[in-house]
Design a protein around this ligand. Structure first.
Ligand SMILES: [Zn+2]
Length: 270
């Protein structure tokens, strides 16, 4: 048995994999369909961003963990449907059920004198494949420059990394991060906690919203009441629409973890 398969076997009995298998079955899919076993990046994406696959039936999760081209993203976003709203001068788009819940959360917040507003404008919600590439590059290139200047990467290594296709580029970045050569904006943590790899974002799924007011515990509570939870550990402004009451989340294979004084519901992979 290969190392990857051993890992999979132990994961297979975890609450997240059990819940995921059953959620996918109801949509006529298997885990292998959305995320091939041998694809380490896809698995990492599934473990870091996978909560969205357990969302309520009011939304459509993406058909794959990693999109590889814009056409597939466009087709999926059309199938899921999208609703637009102008919030604080930014036009944001989400799946209809996610938007409806967000607007209700905003209405409740407003009654209490609070706001829930998009961080970085339209980018706070729906993103295209090209958006995820641009954002990846906004972390990748400065980090590459930094580590080259710091003597941790040679010019040859840097040039080779730049020339790789995205899936290999991401794989090599994650390998470098094992040695402490981090690619997040502040260079202190994995790039995946700072920005999604190209084609992988919950924002592509139109089930994510980055809020300026994430520091406010009451705002987070109001978001939770409306089915919006934080599911990507350490991505502090990022909320995911699950469309479920909080007491149901453990039954969906998610576990609560505290970080930076915030509660994250992440895949419980044991
Ligand atoms: Zn986000």
């Amino acid at each position: 048995m290969t190392k990857a398969n051993e890992g999979l076997t132990s994961h297979a009995r975890s609450p997240f994999y059990i819940a995921l298998k059953s959620a996918l079955e109801s949509r006529g899919q298997t885990i292998e369909d959305i995320c091939p076993v041998g694809d380490h990046i896809a698995r990492r994406v599934l473990h870091d961003y996978g909560a969205m696959f357990l969302a309520s039936n009011d939304v459509l999760p993406p058909p794959v963990c990693v999109f590889t081209e814009e056409n597939d993203v466009t087709r999926f976003q059309r199938a899921a449907g999208r609703a637009a709203a102008t919030i604080d001068d930014a036009v944001v788009e989400l799946q209809p059920a996610a938007m409806s819940a967000l607007l209700k959360a905003r209405a409740l917040a407003r009654v209490e004198g609070l706001n829930i507003s998009p961080r970085d404008g339209a980018e706070a919600a729906r993103r295209t494949f090209a958006d995820t590439v641009r954002l990846w590059n906004s972390r990748f290139f400065p980090a590459l420059q930094h580590w080259t200047n710091a003597g941790k990467l040679t010019r040859d290594q840097t040039e080779r990394l730049c020339a790789l296709p995205f899936n290999q580029q991401v794989a090599e970045v994650l390998e470098l991060e094992k040695d402490g050569i981090f690619f997040s904006k502040d260079l202190s943590k994995s790039v995946l906690y700072s920005i999604a790899a190209p084609g992988t974002s919950q924002h592509i799924a139109m089930l994510a919203f980055d809020a300026n007011e994430f520091h406010d515990a009451r705002v987070r509570e109001i978001m939770g009441i409306h089915g919006w939870f934080q599911t990507v550990l350490s991505d502090l402004p990022h909320f995911t629409f699950l469309g479920l009451p909080e007491p149901e989340l453990s039954g969906r294979g998610l576990k609560p973890v505290e970080a930076n004084d915030q509660k994250f519901w992440i895949p419980d992979i044991g």
